[in-house]
Design a binder for this molecule. Structure first.
Ligand SMILES: [Zn+2]
Ligand SMILES: [Zn+2]
Length: 416
């Protein structure tokens, strides 16, 4: 076998099947024949463009931080907030963990992500490999699911609808800057090809000579790194290219998934039962649970938004716990041929989870905006802490679950 043929072997990070990759032209992508996962997509990762997108996104983010984001007009007075107020208002009522979650997901993580993207691509253009580059590149891939500025924008729109019956709301310049920042951030993510960055940082990584396509890699003593997709011997404790630690043994990861799912299922009860907001409307105090919020939206006639919130906040968290439990249960007795459907279910739960954060952002925004003292005010309720925890814990549960457990190769048993 020639070196070129060996180099074009790829192992699917999702189902562990080794496959021969044809040479790809720009814009083409190769799918795993077994599970349909995208093995490789030849991107035009032009480092100059990545630098440009990151700088533009960072500028927009900076602009969005210092100007008025939203303004509430009621009874002749105006109350304007900046983005950070969504977190600071929660902090004021001692909801520190929730405040940190909000500011980290909408500002801090995207800022670090863009900074690293800029730094690594600028270093690449300069032909250097800065110290700590492997760590930084590893951070880039693991941070992606935790950046939620797109979800935050949907949260802003929902908060607007909820508030319209009480007062007038105006968008500030920072809102426009924040939307542009989010679009640029998405563009940076879509155009980023981690395997190409790794090739330039640490050189191309050849597949082990003995690896045969058409069979699971782990059965052949080879594992694929989930960070940089390098192939290395299962006996090694960490990836020789990026340093990422080998995942814990399957049975331990499965236990972690079960523990997290049980925690999320228990927390779902206070998340639904306790009020997420306390409201003072013309001096009248009242409380609102998540379901109460949906009912309120129906009452004011916002059916589509009510449906979005009902699905994102009530259905998705519990459906996700049930779907992952079912997959974790089925993982013990993987059946040939069923993997593909189960895989789709797993990917869907992984994709949909972060959108449940909408309600956390809605509460944060309303608390920051509606601050007219005795007349009209919104305070956070304990339910929102439990709810935020459910969202985060189910996201981690989906990450700990090993999708390779849903597959067996033609030799029957699950590989070591
Ligand atoms: Zn696959
Ligand atoms: Zn690696």
């Amino acid at each position: 076998m020639s070196a070129a043929t060996r180099d074009s072997l790829a192992v699917c990070v999702v189902c562990d099947l080794a496959t021969t990759l044809p040479p790809l032209a720009e814009g083409e992508r190769a799918e795993c024949p077994r599970c349909g996962h995208t093995l490789h997509e030849r991107q035009h990762t032009d480092s100059q463009r990545q630098v440009a997108w990151s700088v533009a996104a960072l500028v927009m983010l900076a602009l969005s931080l210092f100007f008025p984001f939203l303004a509430l007009q009621a009874q002749g007075s105006e109350h304007a907030i900046i983005v950070a107020d969504a977190a600071l208002a929660l902090l004021e009522y001692d909801y520190a963990a929730l405040a940190l979650l909000v500011i980290a997901t909408i500002v801090l993580m995207p800022a670090v992500y863009l900074g690293l993207m800029l730094f690594l691509h600028a270093a690449r253009l300069a032909g250097r490999r800065p110290p700590g580059a492997a760590f930084m590149a590893r951070l880039l891939t693991s941070m992606q699911p935790w950046m939620m500025s797109d979800v935050f924008i949907v949260g802003v729109l929902v908060a607007m609808v909820k508030i319209l019956t009480l007062a007038d709301v105006a968008f500030g310049v920072a809102f426009v800057a924040f939307c542009l920042f989010t679009l640029l951030l998405l563009k940076t993510i879509v155009d980023f090809d981690p395997s190409e960055l790794w090739d330039s940082l640490a050189g191309r990584w050849p597949a082990p000579v003995h690896l045969k396509p058409g069979r699971a890699a782990r059965a052949q003593g080879v594992q694929v790194c989930k960070g940089c997709e390098a192939l290395y011997a299962v006996s090694r404790p960490n990836c020789p290219r990026c340093g990422r630690r080998r995942p814990a043994p399957d049975h331990l990861r499965l236990q972690a998934t079960w523990a997290l799912l049980a925690t999320a299922a228990i927390l779902y009860i206070p998340a639904m039962a306790y009020p997420v907001m306390r409201i003072i409307d013309f001096g009248q105090p009242s409380e609102q649970t998540i379901v109460g919020g949906v009912v309120y939206l129906v009452e004011v006639g916002s059916w589509p938004i009510a449906l979005v919130i009902f699905v994102a906040s009530v259905v998705v968290p519990i459906a996700k716990v049930m779907a992952l439990s079912w997959l974790a249960w089925k993982a013990r007795l993987a059946q040939a041929g069923r993997g593909r459907e189960r895989m789709k279910l797993y990917k869907f739960t992984e994709f949909i989870g972060r959108w449940s954060m909408i309600d956390v952002f809605v509460v944060a925004l309303l608390v920051a905006l509606v601050q007219a003292g005795q007349v009209m005010a919104v305070y956070p309720g304990p339910g929102i802490v439990a709810f935020g925890a459910v969202v985060i814990i189910t996201m981690i549960a989906a990450m700990t679950f090993e999708p390779q457990l849903l597959w067996r190769d033609s030799h029957g048993q699950r590989e070591p």
